[in-house]
Write a protein that binds this ligand. Structure first.
Ligand SMILES: [Zn+2]
Length: 414
C-alpha cells in the first residue's frame, strides 16, 4: 500500500491541471487527475465497514460473493471499492422471550454462521477471518480481504449465556445487546419485536443478565455494541463495561429525531469509554420521509411481493434497491453528504478519535452515492472536500475501530 500524503496529492492534482482549470472550474466536476489522486488516496486507506448483513444462502450459488452480482457487497465490489475489511453479521430478530424461541434463535444464528463459514471455505485465497486487529493487518498484507464477525442481538446466546463461548470461538468479536424489541439483557431503542406489538420493557436499561454478559464479553475480548439499545441501556453499558464500547451502526439524534439514533449524552458516553460511533448509511434513519414518499416505497414493495412471506431472491432485492434509487428524482434519499454531516457532528461533539463508518448493506443500508460497496470512495471524496486531513480520514475509515478493538483485547488480557 502506498502512503500518499494529502499535500502530495494536492501537488499531483495541481501539476495535472491547466492554469485555467485551477483558476476557474473548482466548482465543476472533478478533473480526471483529481479522480485519480482521490482513488489513490482511497485505495491506500485501511477501510473497515462494521455492519454488513448477509443472506442465509451466502456462499452458495444463490448468493455467491465471488461474483459481481446483485448483492451490495461481494469480493469484486470490495476490491473495486477499496473496502478492506467487513464485519459480516449474524443477525437474529427478537421474538417472544420464551424457551422455545431461545432455541429457535440459536438455530437461526447457526444458519448465519454457516453462511459466513461457507464463504470463507469457498474462497480461502480471497478472504480470511480476522480474530484480532493484528490479523486484520496480516491478512491485508497477504493480499486478501478481511472478514470479521459481529452478532446482532444477544438473544441467540441463550438465557444462561450458554452459547457465548461457542460464538467467540467461531470468531464473533462484537455483540449488539439488543435488536428491535426488549430482551432479557436490556431494553431496546424500539419495542418492536415479538408477537405482542408494543411492550413495556421488563428492565429499564440493563438487566443483571445484561451486566453478566458484559462481564463475560470484557473477559473474552468481545466488543460491546450499543446500536439498537435504549438510551438507558447505552449509558449503563458505557459506564459498566471495563473496556471501550461501540455503536456498530448508528446515527445522530440531533440531526434527525429517530429512535435508532444516538442522543448527545450517549455519543459522549461512548466516546468517554474510549469507544467509537460507526455512523450508518441507512436512508430512513437520516431524513424525514413524507407520506407520499412512504406510499411510493410501499407500492414498490407490494409490486415486488415483499411482506407476503414469499422467499426473496438477491435479484429481487437488487431490483428493489434500483427502484428506490429511481425515486431520488422525486423524493431524494439521504446522500453521502448527509452521512458526512453525521460524521462531522460526532467529530465536533466527541472528537476525531470517536467516529467511524458502517453501511448496513444487505440489511437496508444504502444512500444516494453509496448504494453498494464499490462506491466507497465517494465517502472519502466527501471527507476530503470538507477538509479532513489524511490522518483524520484514516482514523474515520478504520484506525479508530481497530484502536478500540485492540483496547478491548488489552482489557481482556489484564
Ligand atoms: Zn441493525
Amino acid at each position: 500500500m502506498k502512503n500518499w500524503s494529502l499535500a502530495l496529492l494536492t501537488a499531483i492534482v495541481l501539476a495535472a491541471c491547466s492554469p485555467m482549470e485551477v483558476a476557474g472550474t473548482s466548482d465543476t466536476a472533478p478533473s480526471q487527475a483529481d479522480e485519480l489522486a482521490l482513488e489513490a488516496l482511497h485505495q491506500s486507506l485501511l477501510t473497515v465497514d462494521t455492519h454488513i448483513d448477509i443472506p442465509i444462502e451466502l456462499g452458495t450459488d444463490l448468493a455467491d460473493p465471488g461474483l459481481d452480482g446483485p448483492m451490495q457487497v461481494d469480493f469484486p465490489k470490495m476490491r473495486s471499492g477499496g473496502l478492506d475489511a467487513g464485519f459480516f453479521i449474524v443477525y437474529v430478530g427478537q421474538t417472544s422471550v420464551t424457551p422455545e424461541e431461545y432455541v429457535a434463535a440459536y438455530s437461526k444464528a447457526q444458519d448465519k454462521f454457516a453462511g459466513i463459514e461457507r464463504m470463507l471455505a469457498r474462497y480461502p485465497e480471497q478472504i480470511s477471518l480476522a480474530r484480532n486487529p493484528d490479523e486484520v493487518r496480516q491478512i491485508l498484507a497477504d493480499g486478501r480481504l478481511v472478514a470479521a464477525i459481529g452478532i446482532e442481538n444477544a438473544f441467540p446466546l441463550g438465557p444462561n449465556l450458554e452459547h457465548l463461548q461457542e460464538f467467540y470461538d467461531r470468531g464473533a468479536r462484537y455483540i449488539s445487546l439488543t435488536h428491535f424489541g426488549h430482551n432479557d439483557f436490556g431494553s431496546s431503542s424500539d419495542s418492536r419485536g415479538g408477537a405482542e406489538g408494543y411492550v413495556e420493557p421488563e428492565h429499564q436499561g440493563l438487566s443483571d443478565l445484561g451486566k453478566q454478559l458484559i462481564d463475560k464479553m470484557n473477559a473474552l475480548g468481545i466488543m460491546v455494541d450499543v446500536s439498537h439499545t435504549s438510551p438507558d441501556s447505552t449509558l449503563q453499558a458505557a459506564a459498566y463495561s471495563k473496556a471501550p464500547v461501540i455503536a456498530s451502526h448508528s446515527g445522530v439524534r440531533a440531526l434527525y429525531d429517530h429512535l435508532r439514533n444516538l442522543r448527545d449524552e450517549e455519543i459522549i458516553a461512548i466516546a468517554d469509554s474510549g469507544g467509537v460511533i460507526q455512523l450508518v448509511a441507512f436512508d430512513t434513519y437520516m431524513r424525514s420521509v413524507s407520506e407520499e414518499n412512504s406510499a411510493a416505497i410501499g407500492q414498490i414493495r407490494e409490486e415486488l411481493g415483499f411482506g407476503g412471506g414469499q422467499t426473496t431472491t438477491q435479484e429481487t432485492v437488487n431490483q428493489y434497491r434500483a427502484r428506490l434509487a429511481a425515486l431520488d428524482a422525486t423524493f431524494p434519499r439521504a446522500s453521502v453528504s448527509t452521512l458526512v454531516d453525521n460524521i462531522d457532528y460526532v467529530v465536533n461533539l466527541a472528537g476525531i478519535d470517536h467516529a467511524g463508518i458502517s453501511s448496513d448493506f444487505g440489511g437496508g443500508g444504502g444512500i444516494k452515492g453509496w448504494d453498494n460497496i464499490s462506491e466507497s470512495s465517494a465517502v472519502t471524496a466527501e471527507l476530503v472536500s470538507r477538509g479532513y486531513s489524511e490522518e483524520d480520514i484514516r482514523k474515520i475509515w478504520g484506525e479508530n475501530l481497530l484502536r478500540v478493538w485492540k483496547g478491548v483485547e488489552e482489557a481482556a488480557s489484564r
